[in-house]
Every structure is written in structure tokens, then in C-alpha cells.
Design a protein around this ligand. Structure first.
Ligand code: GLA
Length: 386
């Protein structure tokens, strides 16, 4: 999937010349560690072989002209404007990155650019983060400057938070910028240190199942969960003066001081604290080749997201249950922010065929919706292809 020739031909059709650069940035699947990243915790995602691509050519008049090959729409803006587009929401990710880079005095140039991609939209596979990171690389290529990958991730995250308005953590932009082929990354979202952990090269597949239920209301619910976690810390700090975030809290702390918290906030905190423990344990399980244990941790993560964090939904639960009923499935859970989108399952290679068949049928029976499946490989992070 690294051949840039199709998008080059599309660019020539739309803009009548040849692009001078092509960049790609992947989407991601989070194996475990959900809603922990804005609590300074641990996450364990992999970049996937579905990506966003931008082909472009610099312009000297400070104008950015975009063509979305997915939506068949044009968008245009002048560098330096902070205006959001209502009609072309997709272009706000590019605009936002431009605004953030300008605020940091990078030598931006305008460009003609075509945007396309294979990351399913609104599915919890981080098409937005992929578009932000790809946009950053495109501005770098057009302006002939270069940003170190961690910083690229942080600037892209700022575009999402300050321009688009979702108070997201760093996971999605980080894995899109720094992913490694055949590896998942265990990321410490406080220090931004990370460890690449090899995924088994054969015998088992990562299968993403799309509920095809678009994530509704996710932004407001997401910001609300975040606020509840912060409230938890504000109250717990009275008994635990050393803590800065839920990352610093243990399950024993919660047992001892849970009375300080409103019952809902206590459950939110219990999810985050237990999920951090599960991430660390799952890294050990994967390193020692214990897929059974890894799968059980995925299952427990889903239960915690469903019952304590309350970010699952009927469709995600139905998909996960149907997956677990298939012989050869190690574990299954929702992935991403929740309220729709995708699940991730760890499936023995020999079981992938019957997985699709049986999960597809059962999911349709329970929800009336068709599922879509992606058997994915862990891919490299964002890069310039031309
Ligand atoms: C979204 C956010 C991430 C992370 C996940 C939940 O994908 O962008 O930062 O918080 O939700 O784990």
C-alpha cells in the first residue's frame, strides 16, 4: 500500500500539473488502554494499513486549495485565516494544522493538494488524527521544513483541541506519527516514552469489525468523561496529596478513599485505574506469547468500558459477544472513544473465515445492521512517499 502513483494521476486530473510531494499517515487500532491517555496513563495501539494520503504542490500566493477525492468537494483558504468551514468540515483538520503551525512560526507556503484515504470515517479508527498528521507532513513538504515525529504528533493534537474543539488525548496522533510495521507501541502518555512490542508474525490476526453505527454524541460525552476524571483527581488529592492524575492512583487507593467521590465519578475512576493495570499486564502477556491472557485482558477492558465508563452501546456489545462466541477468538473489545465505531478482536488465523461469516450473521440478526471487517497489519507511521 505504499504506491503513490494513483493519487499522482488524480492530482494531475484535478490541478492539471504534477504533484511535487505525496505523504501518508495511517489510522490506528487501539489494542487496549482506552480513555487512559488524557489521564496521563498507558495505551497500546498499532498503526494500521489504512491511511490518509495527500498529494500536493506548493503555491506562492499563500492560498491552500484542497480537493477531497472522497467527498468530491473543493475547499480553499488563505494561510493566516482562523475561520472554520461549516460546509467542508473535513477541511478544518487541514486548516487547524495550518493555524497551529503558523502560530509556531513555521515557514508555511500555500499549496494545491488532493486528499484521499482508506481509513473508514467516523468509525473510531482515527481518520481525523491521520488527516491532521498527513496535513502536517504536507505543510512540511510544501514549505521545505521538517518536524520531528513526536512534535508532529503534539502539534496535530493541538489542531484537534484548539481548532476542531475535541479535548482528545495524544494517542491517535502519536501512533499515526510514530507507528512501526508489525509492532504495537506501549505509550506512556505522561512522559511520551514508548516501547515497540512485536506482534506475532503468524498464527493470529487483528480483526477490526465495524458496527457501521456512526459515533453519535461522542464529542460532548467524551469531554464529559474527561471532566469527571478531573473531578475525581480534585477530590482524591485531599487524601492523596502526591497525585497529579488518575495515573498516580491505585485500586487500593480507590478502595480506601472512594467515599470522597460521587458514585458515578468513582466508577469512571475505577475504569481508568484498572485499565492502566491491564495495559501493563497485556504488554507482558504479548511479550511472553501468552495470547490467551492477552485476550482475557481485552475482554475485561470491554466490560469495564461498558459498565464503569459507560461508553459502549448496543451495537458494540452485540459485536463483541458475537466475536467471543467463535472458536479461535482470544478476546474482543470496543476500540476508540466508543458509542459506535469498531471493535477489535484477536483471532487465530484459521478462524478468520468463520469469524467473518458467523459474527456478520449474528450481528445482523441482533441489530439489523451489516458489519464490515478489516483484517489488518500493523503498519509504519506517517511518511513522505514522494
Ligand atoms: C479518542 C481520542 C484518544 C483517546 C480515545 C479513547 O480516540 O482521540 O485520545 O482518548 O478516544 O481511548
Amino acid at each position: 500500500m505504499t504506491d503513490p502513483s494513483d493519487i499522482q494521476a488524480d492530482f494531475a486530473t484535478v490541478f492539471g500539473s504534477r504533484p511535487t510531494f505525496v505523504v501518508r499517515a495511517p489510522g490506528r487500532v487501539n489494542l487496549i488502554g482506552e480513555h487512559t491517555d488524557y489521564n496521563d496513563g498507558f495505551v497500546f495501539p498499532a498503526a494500521i494499513d489504512y491511511d490518509v494520503r495527500i498529494a500536493g504542490r506548493p503555491r506562492d500566493d499563500g492560498v491552500v486549495r484542497l480537493w477531497s477525492a472522497l467527498f468530491h468537494r473543493r475547499a480553499q483558504f488563505a494561510l493566516g485565516t482562523r475561520r472554520r468551514s461549516r460546509r467542508n468540515g473535513w477541511s478544518n483538520y487541514v486548516r487547524g494544522v495550518g493555524v497551529i503551525l503558523a502560530s509556531e512560526d513555521y515557514p508555511l507556503r500555500g499549496m494545491d493538494a488532493i486528499v484521499t484515504g482508506t481509513v473508514p470515517l467516523s468509525s473510531g479508527l482515527s481518520s481525523s488524527a491521520a488527516l491532521e498528521v498527513a496535513s502536517c507532513l504536507a505543510f512540511e513538504a510544501a514549505g521545505e521544513f521538517s518536524i520531528e515525529p513526536k512534535r508532529r504528533a503534539l502539534l496535530s493534537q493541538r489542531a484537534e483541541r484548539e481548532f476542531v474543539g475535541v479535548q482528545c488525548g495524544i494517542m491517535d496522533q502519536f501512533i499515526s506519527a510514530l507507528g512501526q510495521a508489525n509492532h504495537a507501541l506501549m505509550i506512556d502518555t505522561r512522559s511520551l516514552d514508548y516501547q515497540p512490542v512485536p506482534l506475532p508474525s503468524s498464527g493470529v490476526s487483528i480483526v477490526i469489525s465495524n458496527t457501521n453505527k456512526q459515533r453519535g454524541l461522542v464529542d460532548s460525552a467524551y469531554n464529559e468523561r474527561r471532566a469527571q476524571c478531573e473531578e475525581g483527581v480534585r477530590r482524591l488529592v485531599k487524601a492523596l496529596p502526591g497525585i497529579r492524575a488518575l495515573r498516580d492512583v491505585t485500586l487500593a487507593d480507590l478502595e480506601a478513599h472512594g467515599a470522597l467521590l460521587d458514585p458515578v465519578v468513582l466508577r469512571r475512576c475505577r475504569h481508568v485505574v484498572s485499565e492502566n493495570e491491564r495495559v501493563l499486564e497485556s504488554v507482558e502477556a504479548l511479550r511472553s506469547g501468552d495470547l490467551g491472557r492477552f485476550g482475557r485482558l481485552m475482554n475485561r477492558s470491554h466490560g469495564s468500558l461498558r459498565d464503569d465508563y459507560e461508553v459502549s452501546c448496543l451495537e458494540l456489545d452485540a459485536m463483541v459477544e458475537a466475536a467471543r462466541a467463535v472458536d479461535g477468538v482470544y478476546g474482543a473489545r470496543m476500540t476508540g472513544a466508543g458509542f459506535g465505531g469498531c471493535t477489535v478482536s484477536l483471532v487465530a488465523d484459521e478462524a478468520v473465515g468463520r469469524f467473518k461469516q458467523s459474527v456478520g450473521e449474528e450481528y445482523l440478526r441482533k441489530t439489523g445492521r451489516e458489519a464490515t471487517f478489516y483484517v489488518c497489519r500493523a503498519s509504519a507511521g506517517a511518511e513522505r512517499l514522494l
